[in-house]
Design a protein around this ligand. Structure first.
Ligand code: SDX
Length: 427
């Protein structure tokens, strides 16, 4: 197997080492490229650029494969809890019973939020988007928990604190935005059921936890827990590379996830389907608009930078749409529209040639809205799911001897040098 590549430039030949990954994927190691050749690389959006070596998640975009620490996503979605999946991603192995019990106790012990933080929520305008609130409040945690992150133990406490509190903070933003009383976490409820209770319990109408609803949300979180070097994870790594505290790095990840091309797509899909339903827009019209180069409209929930096959997560979440709607005896016209859209698009040459398939966001919003979440909370739910992955990637980067301050270069195409012009002489 080739372990070097050759570059010929300006009459010289350079040998560049090639790195080979566990599954045979290859990379040219260009760490010394500029020093050796004077050349840098140009790759807007980093579609051809490996930023790191990682042992956390493996994706094969052509085959639609996703594994966390070697375990297929299908098995984790079938058999694991979100707590186990979080532990697996962060610690590199599934927890034994003693480790799981200790993790559960720590998550419970750290699930409360400092009472003074409630004043911050009160100060946001009622119409504030929960993603902006969550990003701000996670950053604010540093002010309330300013311990140094030098010792392994302190880092583990900070990690557990974040995993425990993010649910409470998300539910608080929802309750306070509606002028409702904040519901506190309960020691007798498991991770996901606790969040549902904090979101939907009320003094006048106690929330009855349906096990299928809790499992659907837990599978949603397992499916979103990590996805190698996506936009928001890269933001966490880049911000973390400056050795800032973990809260600030995670806050950057939340902000990056917010965009409609990334995690905000789950909200954008429901808005797209709702508009089609309410305005009676034929599905074919949406497909035609998506194909029209002159039209900025994109089919939200379709396409992916890595998957050029069906997103394995979309297959699983689609099944949960049917399971949940059947269990709750609800029919959702948006699901019908989504399924018709998928059927038409997957037979259309444009989508076939560009390898555009449904991604995880295409059906996930239907599960979330069936559970009762408002659309503007969907990306917050994605962030709660992705948090263990962000933390695992941040920890791995901190321990990586190759990892240094992230500082890409550029190719300058601006003006050549010219002298300052006094204002009276300017046009
Ligand atoms: C997530 O990276 C991750 O892992 C992300 C994620 C995770 O778990 O972290 O999986 C979560 O963000 C999923 C993606 C959610 N976003 C959307 O559903 C938004 C709609 N999708 C597109 O905007 C797009 O597919 C992206 C942004 C997801 C990917 O875009 P790329 O890789 O930059 O691809 P591209 O824009 O270069 O598209 C290639 C071609 C283009 O046509 P040409 O210029 O070659 O003629 O496909 C077209 C695009 O116009 N295209 C679409 C399309 N997606 C791509 N055309 C219509 N509708 C779409 N959705």
């Amino acid at each position: 197997m080739e372990d070097t590549a050759k570059i010929e430039f300006a009459g010289k030949t350079y040998e560049i080492p090639v790195i080979v990954g566990t599954e045979g994927e290859k990379a040219i190691d260009i760490q010394a490229l500029r020093q050796k050749t004077g050349l840098i690389t140009y790759d807007p959006g980093f579609g051809n650029t490996g930023s790191c070596k990682s042992a956390i998640t493996f994706m094969d975009g052509e085959k639609g494969i996703l594994r966390y620490r070697g375990i297929p996503i299908e098995e984790l979605a079938e058999f694991a809890t979100f707590k186990e999946t979080s532990y697996l991603l962060i610690n590199g192995k599934l927890p034994n019973q003693a480790e799981l019990n200790r993790f559960s106790v720590l998550l419970n012990d750290h699930s409360l939020v400092h009472e003074d933080m409630q004043h911050f929520y009160q100060s946001f305008p009622r119409a504030s988007h929960p993603m902006g609130i969550l990003s701000s409040m996670v950053n604010a945690l540093r002010s309330f928990y300013p311990e140094l992150q030098t010792m392994e133990e302190e880092i583990n406490i900070t990690v557990t604190r974040l995993l425990a509190k993010v649910r409470t903070m998300a539910a608080m933003s929802y309750k306070i935005s509606r002028g409702h009383r904040v519901i506190y976490p309960r020691p007798d409820l498991a991770y996901t059921a606790n969040f549902l209770n904090m979101m939907f319990d009320s003094p006048v109408r106690p929330y009855i936890i349906d096990n299928d609803v809790a499992r659907a949300l837990e599978v949603f979180w397992i499916l979103h827990a990590d996805h190698e070097q996506n936009c928001s994870t890269s933001a966490v790594r880049v911000v973390g590379s400056g050795r800032v505290n973990l809260y600030a790095a995670i806050s950057a990840g939340i902000s990056a996830l917010w965009g409609p091309l990334h995690g905000g797509a789950n909200q954008a899909v429901i808005e797209m389907l709702t508009q089609a339903y309410e305005k009676n827009i034929p599905v074919r019209r949406l497909v035609e608009r998506a194909k029209d180069k002159k039209d900025p409209f994109r089919l939200m929930g379709f396409g992916h930078r890595v998957y050029k096959a069906y997103d394995p997560r979309a297959k699983i979440i689609k099944k949960w749409c049917h399971t949940l709607l059947d269990k709750l005896r609800i029919s959702d016209p948006l699901l019908e529209i989504a399924m018709e859209l998928e059927e038409i698009a997957l037979k259309d040459d444009y989508f076939i040639q560009k390898h555009l398939y449904p991604n995880v966001d295409f059906y996930s919003g239907i599960v979330l809205r069936t559970i009762g979440f408002p659309t503007n909370m969907f990306t917050v739910l994605f962030a709660i799911g992705r948090l263990p992955g962000w933390i695992a990637q941040w920890k791995e980067s901190m321990d990586d001897p190759d990892w240094r301050l992230s500082r890409p270069r550029q190719i300058y195409i601006g003006s050549p040098q010219y002298d300052y012009i006094p204002v009276e002489k300017r046009d």
